[in-house]
Design a binder for this molecule. Structure first.
Ligand SMILES: [Mg+2]
Length: 232
């Protein structure tokens, strides 16, 4: 169980944690290669191979998350393409009820995402998830991806928080590891980020959330400290 009484600040990832990663996987594995094949007049399988090579080369870097980089690299309007198909964006099961319970608990709720601001805008349009947060922070604003130590230093400058009394929930193991290295006290992973794939085998060192409903007990009554953190 999550030790909610020891937690004042909740840091939440977006894609694969609150929102179904099926959208992003489908977008990069189907929509982008198809559009690239059409635009360049090349066969589909060649486009799929090229896009996969590009993705493998840049994964985990800020470039990987940057729609402007991909637009320039591929000669496609990636943000526009995302907006076109944005109606397929959806919450993971139970995520919205979890967010509502967090909001009601009075804790400081912050989104920390590697998503590009244009991608975040698409997700906001189709889910309204910003209503549950005190702040939404993208790694683009801070200049480093969440996987890297400078992100965490910059986050502390932007958002004073007690790292020991904070929880990070994220489906990315390198991100959880970076949070751990920075000293975030509570780290939880996600068992089933993409609803169209089987749950991941739980082999990582961090506890994993299966159903959000299983981790909401104990959340309802805010501690005095959390009420303070929220009102500051
Ligand atoms: Mg994620």
């Amino acid at each position: 169980m999550i030790a909610w009484n020891d937690i004042d600040t909740v840091l939440l990832d977006m894609d694969g944690t609150l929102l179904d990663l099926a959208f992003d996987n489908w977008f990069w594995q189907q929509v982008v290669p198809q559009k690239y094949a059409e635009t360049k007049g090349i066969p589909d399988d060649q486009a799929h191979r090229l896009i996969k090579e590009w993705i493998d080369r840049h994964q985990g870097t800020l470039n990987w998350y940057c729609l402007d980089f991909w637009s320039a690299e591929l000669g496609l309007d990636i943000a526009g393409l995302k907006r076109e198909v944005g109606d397929r964006v959806c919450y993971r099961p139970g995520a919205e009820a979890f967010l509502q319970a967090l909001r009601n608990s009075g804790r400081q709720i912050v989104m920390v995402t590697n998503a590009h601001p244009d991608a975040l805008a698409v997700k906001k349009t189709h889910t309204g998830l910003e209503q549950y947060f005190d702040q939404l922070i993208t790694s683009h604003e801070l200049g480093s991806a969440k996987e890297s130590a400078p992100f965490w230093e910059a986050l502390q400058g932007r958002l004073p928080f007690d790292r020991q009394r904070s929880i990070l929930v994220d489906d990315s193991l390198p991100v959880l590891q970076a949070g751990h290295d920075y000293g975030v006290g509570h780290l939880w992973s996600i068992l089933h980020p993409d609803s169209t794939l089987p749950p991941r085998p739980h082999t990582n060192p961090f506890p994993a959330i299966d159903q959000f409903a299983h981790v909401t007990p104990g959340l309802v009554m805010p501690t005095a400290a959390s009420a303070r953190a929220h009102n500051e």
